[in-house]
Design a protein around this ligand. Structure first.
Ligand code: AMP
Length: 299
């Protein structure tokens, strides 16, 4: 596995890849877990050359967020990627991606970036879109792998790929979960044992939301949507260790609030548990099937 730290070298290495070979790309912020590794394994199966990146992107963190404390373990991450057969990993410094004088950002607009995560984290998706476009330019992947765990990120990047005619196919994979349902996340490392126990409430809230959704799905009613939200909020309120940020039902592409219980739909939840802000979702696909994620031991 080649570990590359500069854009110049990365672009040169990429141009040495035979143009006939398919190139996959898995962007990450490191401190890898089974969620990341599921993307890497799938990418390995589907591409002749597999690339990944590790970069904690400062522009997607708000001024009072956890950029400084974000967990990092580069040697361990590189070993994991090497074990899974990654060919090239790009590990730039912040100055490499944002050199002095950097002024140009991708700024997605509208409800897609102003609501849900966008409302709680102003500027977050501007940082995400900017770094992902830069990484696509540098890595030139045919296919790029993202997790459904970050549903709004998926919607923003899909929209950017369409809007900018980017020649990349997005592969969106299911959320990998711990045995008790907690979505795997680098930020779970912030949780002490009591907080860790409380954090499974997000999954339980989504399960109760799904049940309420199914009970109202044929009515296609506006009241159905509020019953779903009520079920999610009620579940979180019973867990004193969790502090709800939002529980919502939205369209998975536009992120507009749903007016009725119809497919496709996204059940979204965000809550603070101790020092960690956690997000999760269930996706009801257009064909009526649910993507609720995969337990780590059933992959
Ligand atoms: P991050 O390092 O948090 O930026 O995540 C890198 C990629 O891994 C993103 O596409 C995430 O959506 C994805 N990811 C993070 N957690 C999970 C998970 N539990 N299951 C599947 N994908 C995930």
């Amino acid at each position: 596995m080649r570990v590359i730290t500069t854009i110049l070298e990365m672009v040169a290495e990429r141009s040495r890849c035979a143009s006939s070979k398919s190139v996959g790309f898995v962007p990450t912020m490191g401190f890898l877990h089974e969620g990341h590794l599921s993307l890497v394994r799938q990418g390995r199966k589907e591409n002749e050359i597999l690339t990944a990146s590790i970069f904690v992107n400062p522009t997607q963190f708000g001024p009072h967020e956890d950029l400084e404390s974000y967990p990092r373990d580069l040697p361990r991450d590189l070993q994991m990627l090497e074990n899974l057969g990654v060919d090239i990993v790009f590990v730039p410094t912040t100055d490499e991606i944002y050199p002095p004088g950097f002024v140009t950002y991708v700024d997605p607009t509208g409800p897609l970036t102003m609501e849900a995560e966008g409302a709680s984290r102003p500027g977050h998706f501007r940082g995400v879109a900017t770094v992902v476009l830069k990484l696509f330019q540098i890595m030139q992947p045919h296919q790029a792998y993202f997790g459904q765990k970050d549903a709004q990120q998926v919607a923003v990047i899909s929209r950017m790929v369409t809007d900018f005619d980017l020649p990349v196919k997005l592969r969106i994979l299911s959320t990998i979960r711990e045995a008790d349902g907690l979505a795997m996340s680098s930020r779970n490392a912030y949780l002490d044992p009591a907080e860790r126990a409380a954090s499974s409430v997000l999954y339980r809230a989504l399960q109760n939301g799904r049940m309420a959704f199914e009970a109202h799905v044929n009515t296609r009613s506006r009241e159905g949507v509020s019953e779903v939200v009520k079920a999610m909020i009620g579940t979180v309120l019973k867990e004193p260790g969790a502090h709800l940020d939002y529980a919502e039902v939205r369209d998975p592409d536009s992120f507009m609030p749903l007016e009725a219980t119809r497919a496709p739909a996204l059940l979204l939840i965000a809550a603070k548990v101790g020092p960690a802000r956690l997000i999760d979702n269930f996706l009801l696909r257009a064909d009526g099937s649910w993507d609720t994620g995969i337990p780590v031991n059933q992959q």
